[in-house]
Design a protein around this ligand. Structure first.
Ligand code: NAP
Ligand code: GDP
Length: 323
């Protein structure tokens, strides 16, 4: 029996969020699901407040994971970050320290935590790669979230150097898909635009895009990210972070992203820009060259196709969607 054949008990923190729900969806639809020796536990904040060490210990004792996909975090778009930088730093530091230390204490073999391309230095060269996580201050808008996320990489190094365990991290670009947080003030740009477009259509009012529409972003569909996350769980054996992103050539402006939403929602009303709202970081163009060295043939879902699916999901699930 090889290591990969041995039974895995996988705790997914943040298992009810955008990325956690996508991982659940992908696992449930894997053709060889029954042959894999994997048992998953998807956890929300209602099962355990990971800011609390005792609750975290009880959770690990209950599920006895061998592996952890660590997604739980205080998460939000530009405007939520701008208003709560201190909370983003403190809560995420607490969650991450509890998860990693209790994982180590209970003999977990592998933890895969989640960083983000928005934690990289603001003033940098492009494309950004995995070696640059600590190379300069992050953008002012989300310094709390960024420094807390960077500390995961410090913790992973510490656990490896001091204790020899392989805790690692992945770095996705902006994620979108079903089960996102569609709250207009708190959420990210795509779910915000989808929700605003839905309301503009209902109420016959203009769609307001915040900022200039000029900033650039690479968007990854949550189901694609989920497949790559599972590959990292099963195959990637390094403590060094790995960027999980579409290519640099797939970067789009906020204006182009809004146009894709407008098309998918079949919105024919007026479109306006509110330039009193912040633009945030202009760009954070990331290289997926490392990922491509491992998975040269991985097929990303085309942007317009995944936007259409996400918009259709939101319209169909309007009553139950997080908003
Ligand atoms: P999300 O949809 O907001 O979900 C967050 C998850 O974390 C939920 O399951 C939530 O539980 C859980 N959670 C929050 N606080 C918790 C606490 N104190 N104790 C226990 N659980 C808690 O977030 P997401 O977009 O899926 O993000 C997943 C990971 O990807 C995060 O680490 C995030 O930083 C990273 N990431 C996201 C993006 C993006 O564009 N969304 C981009 C790059 C990286 P409840 O459901 O009970 O609230
Ligand atoms: P970021 O990628 O970490 O900066 O976070 P977001 O996903 O919140 O994207 C922010 C960018 O989208 C900024 O340039 C905003 O000005 C722009 N934007 C346009 N409309 C919206 C909206 O409705 N919600 C959000 N969150 N951002 C918007």
């Amino acid at each position: 029996m090889t290591t990969s054949d041995q039974a895995k008990r996988i705790l997914v923190t943040g298992g009810t969020g955008l990325v956690g729900s996508a991982i659940k969806h992908v696992i449930e639809n894997e053709p060889d699901r029954d042959k894999r020796n994997e048992e998953y536990f998807f956890i929300s904040s209602k099962d355990c407040d990971l800011r609390n060490r005792e609750e975290t210990e009880v959770l690990f004792k209950k599920h006895q994971p061998t592996h952890v996909i660590h997604l739980a975090a205080l998460v939000g778009g530009l405007f939520r970050n701008l208003s709560r930088n201190l909370d983003f730093f403190r809560e995420n530091m607490e969650i991450n320290d509890n998860v990693l230390s209790v994982a180590y204490q209970t003999g977990v073999k592998k933890v895969i935590s989640c960083l983000s391309t928005c934690i990289f230095p603001d003033k940098t060269t492009y494309p950004i790669d995995e070696t640059m996580v600590h190379s300069g201050p992050p953008h002012d808008s989300n310094f709390g979230y960024s420094y807390a996320k960077r500390m995961i990489d410090v913790l992973n190094r510490g656990y490896f150097v001091q204790h020899g365990v392989q805790y690692t991290s992945i770095i996705p670009t902006n994620v979108y898909g079903p089960d996102d947080n569609f709250n207009i003030e708190d959420g990210h740009v795509l779910p915000g635009l989808i929700h605003k477009c839905y309301l503009a259509k209902q109420n016959n009012t203009p769609l307001i895009i915040w900022g200039s529409g000029k900033p650039l972003r690479q968007f990854i569909y949550s189901y694609d990210l989920a497949k790559l996350y599972l590959w990292v769980l099963r195959e990637y054996d390094s403590i060094e972070p790995i960027i999980l992103s579409v290519g640099e050539e797939d970067e789009v402006s906020i204006k182009q992203a809004a146009e894709a939403v407008v098309k998918a929602m079949n919105f024919t009303g007026e479109i306006k820009y509110d330039t009193t709202r912040a633009d945030g970081q202009f760009k954070k163009t990331a290289s997926n060259a490392k990922l491509r060295r491992y998975l040269p043939d991985f097929q990303f879902t085309p942007f317009e196709e995944a936007i259409q699916y996400t918009c259709d999901w939101f319209v169909k699930n309007y009553d139950r969607a997080r908003k």
